[in-house]
Design a protein around this ligand. Structure first.
Ligand code: HEC
Ligand code: HEC
Length: 385
């Protein structure tokens, strides 16, 4: 039913755009985003061709990857409507805006690139019924040929379509068309409006947007309201209150504390050692992380900043996973993380000799803070399952 609708809709603009491509299209200046939402003018919106069609974005490969729905043919009567992997990306300035405000600004672009299931010679076996491929890593689904390129753009100042969103398809097989015209709103907008979790977008299927939606974090952090209290009066804290760190930062005290294993009393810890994704001691050597109660609660509730007094101890094991050979420690000594200066760091490469350290201990140690800056307020580990 829907497939028929789509293929009808594709026809007219296929003809239209190839004509433009032959003539060579003149690209209009990028529109200055005239929206009321602040930050809007810094959004890298799409490029419009002179006839008003939209130019296929170049460089989408380096946009923010947000999710990968998969609708295999095998589960859809032999031909899925949108074949088969969907890799969805959002333009980075729009992502930044969403992360800060929870809103998709005018100029937002999202790309959905499709791939067929890989069926090539590198499958050791193929299962016709499921479409699966046996690769060296086991039975599964792998990305094969590209099978489509779609774009959605939001601009309430430009489009009358519901929500200010327009949807485009640049073709199935490559080469994809250089420009496309938006579909009629009836083809795309109503399903997105009715079923997308946030402003026409299927954020429920995009873990990167779910995790970075400040509205969800706020909801988790907002205390239950007493009757009659209105939203405006709820003061949403940006981090949990400070506590005294259970882990001392005085080095002599700290080493003794570690040797005694007092951190093992923390309720939250990895059940077992697992390979480190960092250079503690070597990449891949087993480690086990212990979370103080406050940092565990803060991670659980999704705060962007952890409370002063948060502490993490990471046990470092020899490759056999049995012998403890050192510790890495991080303690938040200030409410403000100040580019890592609010965190105390130390790593001991010995359980007997406190002088065996790759770098001197202290606040804001560059080696540690630089890599940990990519974490959630400098914490890279996720809570154990
Ligand atoms: C029957 C419902 C439905 C219709 C109609 C529909 N879509 Fe979608 N669309 C989805 C779902 C579900 C997703 C979530 C991701 C996925 O499955 O690929 C999605 C995601 C997208 C995305 C990624 C960004 C986002 O908004 O989540 C684009 C781009 C897109 N669709 C384009 C189109 C175009 C173009 C049309 C019209 C030809 C269209 N869609 C019509 C259901 C629909
Ligand atoms: C190149 C990246 C990198 C550098 C440099 C680095 N770490 Fe880590 N660290 C990690 C990763 C990745 C984890 C997550 C757990 C794992 O996989 O080992 C981690 C985990 C930790 C943890 C457990 C809490 C958390 O954030 O997950 C502590 C404590 C820690 N590191 C301390 C240090 C100290 C101290 C230094 C400096 C001497 C340091 N790290 C340098 C990558 C790094």
């Amino acid at each position: 039913m829907r497939r028929t609708l789509l293929s009808l809709a594709v026809l007219p603009f296929t003809v239209g755009t190839s004509a433009i491509a032959q003539e060579g299209f003149i690209i209009q200046d990028k529109p200055s985003a005239q929206c009321s939402i602040h930050l809007c003018d810094s959004i890298n919106g799409p490029t419009y061709a002179e006839d008003g069609s939209i130019v296929r974005p170049i460089g989408w490969e380096s946009w923010v990857f947000i999710g990968s729905p998969l609708t295999p043919d095998a589960l859809n009567g032999g031909k899925a409507t949108f074949r088969e992997f969907h890799s969805v990306y959002i333009e980075p300035s729009a992502f930044e805006h969403y992360r800060k405000t929870g809103e998709f600004p005018n100029g937002t672009q999202m790309v959905k690139v499709r791939n067929l299931l890989y069926q090539g010679d590198d499958c050791l076996d193929n299962d016709e019924e499921t479409g699966a491929c046996l690769a060296v890593s086991g039975w599964g689904y792998f990305n094969g040929e590209y099978s489509g390129f779609e774009l959605t753009v939001k601009d309430t100042t430009r489009f009358d379509d519901p929500g200010g969103w327009v949807y485009l398809n640049f073709g199935e097989e490559r080469p994809w068309m250089p420009t496309a015209e938006p579909f009629a709103a009836t083809s795309c907008n109503s399903c997105h409006e009715a079923n997308g979790a946030d402003d026409f977008v299927f954020t429920q299927f995009y873990p990167v947007l779910r995790d970075n939606d400040p509205k969800l974090k706020q909801r988790a952090m907002t205390p239950a309201k007493a009757d009659g209290e209105d939203d405006a009066s709820v003061d949403v804290p940006s981090q949990l209150p400070s506590v005294l760190s259970p882990v001392p930062v005085d080095e002599a005290e700290l080493f003794e504390y570690l040797q005694k294993g007092e951190y093992k009393a923390f309720a939250t810890a990895d059940a077992e050692a697992h390979p480190s994704a960092g250079p503690h001691l070597e990449y891949g050597d087993p480690v086990k992380v212990f979370f103080s109660d406050e940092v565990a609660q803060s991670l659980e509730e999704g705060y962007d900043l952890h409370p002063k007094g948060s502490a993490l101890v990471k046990e470092l094991y020899a490759p056999d996973g049995e012998q403890l050979v050192g510790w890495a420690v991080a303690v938040k000594t200030d409410e403000d993380s100040d580019k890592g200066k609010g965190w105390f760091w130390v790593e001991y490469m010995s359980t007997e000799d406190a002088s065996q350290k790759p770098v001197p201990a202290g606040n804001g140690v560059g080696l540690c803070a630089g890599c940990h800056a990519g974490g959630n307020d400098f914490v890279l580990s996720h809570l154990p399952e």
